[in-house]
Design a protein around this ligand. Sequence first.
Ligand code: HEM
Length: 394
Amino acid sequence: MSERGDAAYPAPLRSERRQLEPFGWYREMRESAPVRYDSERDIWGVFRYETVDGILRDHETYSSDREPDVDAPPSMLSSDPPTHTRLREPVEGRFAPGEVERLAPEIRRMATELVEEAVAGGEMDVVDDLARWLPTMTIAALLGVPPEERERFKEWSDTIVAGPQLTGGDREALQERQEAAGREMRDYFMEVMARRAEEPRDDLISDVLLEYDGGDLTEGEIRGIFELLLVAGNVTTTNLITNAVWCLAANDCVGTVRGDEDALERAVEETLRYRSPVQWTSRIPTEPVEVEGHEIAAGTPVRTYIGSANRDPAVFDRPDEFRPDRDPNPHMAFGRGIHFCLGAALARLEARIALSELFDRVEDVRLATTDLEPVAGTFLYGVRELPVRFERRG
Ligand code: HEM
């Protein structure tokens, strides 16, 4: 989800404290400048629920083609129909809620293993001991990548989505590492695709190759889909799992969701709203548009602040309260319209399983520090470490 010409944070969010708590600034913007032009970066920002919703649903006026890079094959996330349809259709069925449910036993097995080890002492880092691993292990299982490759997987996708840290961030060095990771990942997928073409297995890579290679999609496009799945489903889901433990522990409500599938589901939805793992995305108007009285030129990026829309009091009662039983909860943490997150059902499933496995084994969960640091990566929202203390149950 890289963006053209607006890679950096807006000036008001250029401190770690503000990145962890951007919500006060969002409130100010919703009230006083809900459609805001940032002359420093030549980009617009929109903050209200209704406006964000309208823009994300209108893919004809607002393009997702943010990366006019002629060398790379187009990506689903950054393309418009008909290319978008062609790239999404081959994998859409595999990500439907009923389909991903089939992965539940395998995800639970992996989560149990991680949690058992993590809770051996009276303290754990939720990120490093659990949340960091489960999403990559899940995608690897879905794609059919053997467990021993998963460390490398993790490393590539972490590097590719990383943004420079505010202090000592070296853009060029990061860019070089990102390019190298991109190349390695590409070579890796080319090799696996060649192997699966010769000897298909019961996995997503084989399925897509059998059905589409040489037909609707080029080999580069197929590879691009797998690379996107790995990158898009990794840190986002890590942050969801971590943010859920953070919210529940900080509000002392782990006990209210333990052993109750429905309660857990609502708590995951409230985490998605309250500490949205993706805080914004962007669109490029294909023609001059007027948004709430502001003229926006064609081609100027518009950043849609999902994290702000999810705190809009026009839609959510007491939006700045974390209420784990909030229902209904029409948050837009997974976006809207044709680009609605392909992995939403999978991310929800992973989070529910991770939390239920963890909370079955621990009680009295407390944050071990209040000194939290935001993750690197401008549109991503989460913390680098989340140390918690707890008592073991039973
Ligand atoms: C909590 C976890 C996640 C969050 C918050 C999240 C959020 C989002 C958002 C906001 C979008 C829309 C972006 C836009 O409209 O510009 C999106 C798209 C996408 N996500 Fe996710 N995502 C998550 C997990 C996943 C997972 C697990 C996968 C795959 C395994 C995934 C794959 C994708 C793909 C492929 C797209 C592009 C869809 C399209 O353009 O049609 N995401 N995600």
